[in-house]
Design a protein around this ligand. Structure first.
Ligand code: G3H
Ligand code: ZN
Length: 284
């Protein structure tokens, strides 16, 4: 069933695992992620960036596609449709009105008081509709769609504490050295800050840029209160690699089902691997 993230993340934090947010890019990604979640008996968060929503048609198309698959696939595990890196109150409202069950308001690049103000407005509207809210502090490195970082800025512990208590958000993404897209070398996450922020705020923490983080760092993050880990690039790489292989082996192939079907299987396998690594398998 479609639910907000609140219960799934609070349960994950209490029981010591993380729920994966896997980003949607098209129909095949959506199918693969839902198939993986059902096969693993895992809760799942479908992440939808504004750019990906635009690509697929719009927020309404995304919601109806997901609702259709939940029925056709007879999905029994908890599923959240979450706006990833929402850029404004208006975008968050548009997603909520279209049927999203969760939103992220990413006002982290604005001055602190402005971040608080925008996030508060989103929380008021979202909570009145039973929708959960994620907010961000600091800067995640790299680039994802419209979200481009100039550099990596670590979230400040005091600001995190204040943001959570003044806005009433359900979970917090403190940027602590993670990067969207592949890492250049090993990631260097601020675990000391993560532990402090987890303890000071009490809310489940979110780790963006989940692609390429070593298992040991994933486990450490979970032990410091991270209950949601976002993954997109790794699924895109698995999908693109498969399409290249199929078309290289069969240069005359033109039926999209013949190369996107195998790509879908590759995404499903990648998501299953992440669910096991994050410990969410068997928790639904
Ligand atoms: O918001 C989405 C994630 O942070 C995805 O990061 O593409 O590096 O896995 P990733
Ligand atoms: Zn992100």
């Amino acid at each position: 069933p479609l639910v907000s993230m609140t219960d799934m993340l609070n349960k994950a934090k209490a029981e010591g695992y993380a729920v994966g947010q896997f980003n949607l890019n098209n129909l095949e990604f959506t199918q693969a992620i839902l198939q993986a979640a059902e096969a693993e008996k895992s809760p799942v968060i479908l992440g939808v960036s504004e750019g990906a929503a635009r690509y697929m048609g719009g927020f309404k198309t995304v919601v109806k596609m997901v609702e259709g698959l939940l029925e056709d696939y007879k999905i029994t595990v908890p599923v959240a449709i979450h706006l990833d890196h929402g850029s404004s109150f208006d975008k968050c409202k548009e997603a909520i009105d279209a049927g999203f069950t969760s939103v992220m308001i990413d006002a982290s690049h604005h001055p602190f008081e402005e971040n608080i103000e925008t996030t508060t407005k989103v929380v008021e509207y979202a909570h009145s509709k039973g929708v959960s809210v994620e907010a961000e502090l600091g800067t995640v490195g790299g680039q994802e769609d419209d979200v481009v970082a100039e550099g990596v800025i670590y979230a400040d512990v005091q600001e995190c504490k204040e943001l959570v208590s003044r806005t009433g958000i359900d979970c917090l993404a403190p940027a602590l050295g993670s990067v969207h897209g592949p890492y250049k070398g090993e990631p260097n996450l601020g675990f000391k800050e993560m532990e402090e922020i987890g303890a000071a705020t009490g809310v489940p923490l979110v780790l963006h840029g989940g692609t390429g983080i070593p298992t040991a760092d994933i486990q450490k993050s979970i032990s410091f209160g991270t209950a949601k880990i976002n993954v997109n690039t790794e699924n895109q790489i698995a999908s693109a690699k498969t399409v290249r292989e199929v078309l290289a082996a069969k240069p005359d192939e033109y039926d999209p089902r013949k190369y996107l079907g195998p790509a879908r299987d590759a995404i499903k396998e990648t998501v299953i691997g992440k669910m096991r690594e994050f410990g969410s398998s068997g928790r639904a």
